[in-house]
Design a binder for this molecule. Structure first.
Ligand code: ZN
Ligand code: ZN
Length: 201
């Protein structure tokens, strides 16, 4: 380990730790693809599912993609009941998967975005002809990534003196609340889904 690590951000560290061969190329390719391009949320999910698959294989399982996807939903989706979640956690634990370690390894879409832009130096083509939603996402995520980076270095600089903290992760999330119905969304999620559910026919 170590010699394949492309960077020291969380994506790089986790990819190295779980030995995710070719994952950086796959992320970059899915990110810049013209048609059927992946949203950052889908890229984060793709990465997380690779982590989960690796952990399950390490434990001697040979899961199908659909099994990984449903286990991932159970671990991360707020819409899944806690009973169902516990059931999946127990099943994985019994199989020998370190569920906490896997969950901690999951990445946010912003982390993926920062990794793509800053570590892999991949930029999505969103010129004046590009999709306005994509351009808006670029602007917003760049801002969130910056906030994340500044927060991280600020907290880091205090962590050895006036702040009692060892390892940490910073997640910047911006919510937008629909004034009509009161539902709130992560701004990236709102742009991905194309509007509030109360506006759907
Ligand atoms: Zn990175
Ligand atoms: Zn609404």
């Amino acid at each position: 380990m170590g010699d394949t690590r492309v960077c020291d951000c969380k994506v790089g560290r986790v990819a190295d730790e779980f030995d995710l061969a070719g994952v950086h190329e796959s992320l970059a390719e899915r990110w810049v693809r013209d048609r059927d391009d992946y949203s950052l949320r889908e890229l984060a999910r793709y990465f997380d599912e690779r982590v989960l698959t690796a952990a399950m294989r390490e434990a001697g399982e040979d899961p199908l993609g659909s099994e990984v996807a449903s286990a991932y939903d159970a671990l991360t989706d707020d819409a899944v009941s806690s009973g169902e979640r516990v059931q999946v956690e127990n099943r994985l634990s019994r199989a020998g998967v370190d569920v906490d370690a896997v969950r901690e390894a999951f990445v946010s879409h912003q982390t993926v975005h920062t990794h793509l832009r800053e570590c892999l130096d991949v930029e999505k083509e969103t010129g004046p002809e590009g999709d306005p939603t994509d351009r808006a996402k670029d602007t917003l995520f760049a801002l969130q990534s910056r906030t994340e980076a500044v927060t991280e270095s600020t907290v880091d600089s205090l962590a050895n003196s006036s702040l009692a903290l060892d390892d940490f992760d910073v997640l910047v999330s911006v919510s937008v609340t629909c004034a009509a119905c009161g539902r709130s969304y992560d701004v990236g999620e709102l742009l991905d889904r194309g509007g509030c559910t109360c506006k759907e026919p």
